[in-house]
Design a protein around this ligand. Structure first.
Ligand code: URP
Ligand code: ZN
Ligand code: ZN
Length: 470
């Protein structure tokens, strides 16, 4: 199968020019002006942007959490991603307490088999180094293409690890070429605040934010940075939500330390007041860290513009409002934490980042495609448009007007964080390794087209020729 994408505005993190892209099989084989080649399929991209397929480094599909399981499985979550222009994501394996990492990996692969619509990799979330996973077992993962370890410094009594586990994992990462990811909040302090709030009868959703003040995020972010420095491990702080966490990352980066941070789409748009919406609607916005005071939104735009923060993910962790979020109707601490967003990241960042003049088109590509691919061992196979790279391509119509609404989304959840938001610009055609995945409002490819990608170790490139692991 060959595809010729003609006359589009080709955008990478560094380039911006009009040209043709010729795809043979799974890879981009030629890029040039007015290419004189025959192709099985020709896409007229005049007036359109030709972007690399977006890479989402932070998602939770089919994940047991908060007394239930996220509503999007691999098929529905990846379908939503494909319509949003995301062609590769890295999902979290959560090591069940007492289970080896090898068994956890097998369990998660079972959730994906035959259902994959886009390409994917896994991070391993370490929850237990005592009864289940051993340090040797953990050290074996990077050679299997699982090249990042995640630790939760919050969710006491569930996923939270102590500093010993955090530090030992960092040491393994330093030895094996893995990147350490942290959910940085002080879970012990938060647990005290939650118990105190409930004892006073404060059960409504907005207490989720009031019991997780920004200082608890700032403290844990700084602790993780300092411990990673001692262990000699590279560190990536997920879902940064506030000034208190941006500041220690900025300082570490100023010193040239191996520290990176991401924020997520929702932190630019949803603020604390959403949690106060009546009739339990506030529960839709119960994710962690919580929506912050609005002043933080400018801090985050500035941080992504100046490379204090290097990536924007979705942290897609979708639950139904009716039936899952309602588990916490009488107790905010029982509301499953997480929100949807896989489908709308590119549309929202294009509208409110690029069209609003906050970031350039190149920076948008860098934040949504290139940096996630580089940091997580997928580049240059993913995250750019170059000869030899996977033909993961989004033909994006910058003039298309639409209103974001749950009624048209592909996620199985029953609400959208950005309900009613009007945007101009949306993916029109999406290719995955040369296969047309999405055309207009049609999913063209069948589930099964997506593959597991064995990622390169931290700082190494994933060669275009590297075969994908089965
Ligand atoms: O509320 C959230 N973010 N849920 C997903 C798990 C996590 O903390 O990333
Ligand atoms: Zn988290
Ligand atoms: Zn998450």
């Amino acid at each position: 199968m060959s595809v010729l994408i003609k006359g589009g505005r080709i955008l990478t993190a560094a380039d911006d020019y009009v040209g043709d892209v010729y795809v043979e099989g799974e890879r981009i084989s030629v890029i040039g002006e007015s290419l004189d080649v025959q192709a099985d399929k020709v896409i007229d991209a005049a007036g359109k942007y030709v972007l690399p397929g977006c890479v989402d480094p932070h998602t939770h599909l089919d994940m047991p959490f908060g007394g239930t399981t996220t509503i999007d499985d691999v098929e529905s979550g990846q379908t939503a991603a494909a319509f949003g222009g995301t062609t590769c994501h890295v999902d979290f394996i959560i090591q069940p307490q007492g289970m080896t990492f090898a068994d956890a990996l097998e369990e998660w692969r079972g959730k994906a088999n035959g259902k994959q619509v886009i390409d994917m990799g896994y991070h391993m979330a370490v929850t237990d180094l005592r009864a289940g996973g051993t340090l040797e077992d953990l050290a074996s993962l990077p050679d299997q293409g699982i090249t990042s370890y995640k630790l939760f410094m919050a969710y006491k009594g569930a996923l939270m690890v102590d500093d010993e586990t955090l530090f030992k994992t960092m040491e393994v990462a330093a030895d094996t070429g893995a990147l350490v990811m942290v959910h940085a909040e002080n879970g012990d302090a938060i647990d005290v605040l939650v118990k105190k709030a409930l004892a006073k009868g404060h059960t409504e959703p907005h207490y989720h934010a009031l019991t997780r003040p920004p200082e608890t995020e700032g403290e844990a972010t700084n602790r993780a940075i300092q411990l990673a420095r001692v262990a000699g491990a590279p560190l990536y702080v997920v879902h940064v939500s506030c000034k208190e966490a941006v500041e220690p990352i900025a300082l570490a980066r100023e010193k040239g330390w191996d520290v990176w941070g991401e924020t997520c789409t929702q932190y630019f748009f949803v603020d604390y007041t959403f949690l106060e919406r009546p009739n339990f609607e506030g529960a839709k916005y119960v994710y962690t860290p919580p929506p912050r005071d609005k002043a933080n939104q400018d801090v985050l735009w500035n941080a992504v513009r100046t490379d204090i923060l290097s990536a924007i993910s979705t942290d897609h962790c979708a639950f139904l409002w009716d039936g899952q979020k309602t588990l916490g109707k009488d107790d905010f601490s029982k509301i499953p934490n997480g929100g949807p967003g896989l489908e709308n990241r590119l549309q929202m960042i294009h509208e409110f980042g690029v069209r609003a003049g906050r970031i350039s088109l190149n920076r948008m590509v860098e934040l949504l495609c290139t940096n996630p691919a580089k940091l997580f061992g997928l580049y240059p196979r993913k995250g750019t448009i170059a000869v030899g790279s996977d033909a993961d391509i989004v033909v994006f119509d910058p003039e298309k007007q639409l209103t974001i609404t749950a009624a048209n989304q592909h996620s199985k959840t029953d609400y959208n964080l950005y309900e009613g938001t009007e945007v101009t610009g949306s993916p029109e055609v999406v290719l995955l390794r040369g296969n047309v995945l999405v055309e207009g409002d049609q999913l063209v490819a069948e589930p099964g087209v997506g593959q597991f990608v064995a990622r390169a170790k931290f700082g190494q490139e994933l060669k275009a020729q590297t075969p994908a692991a089965a």
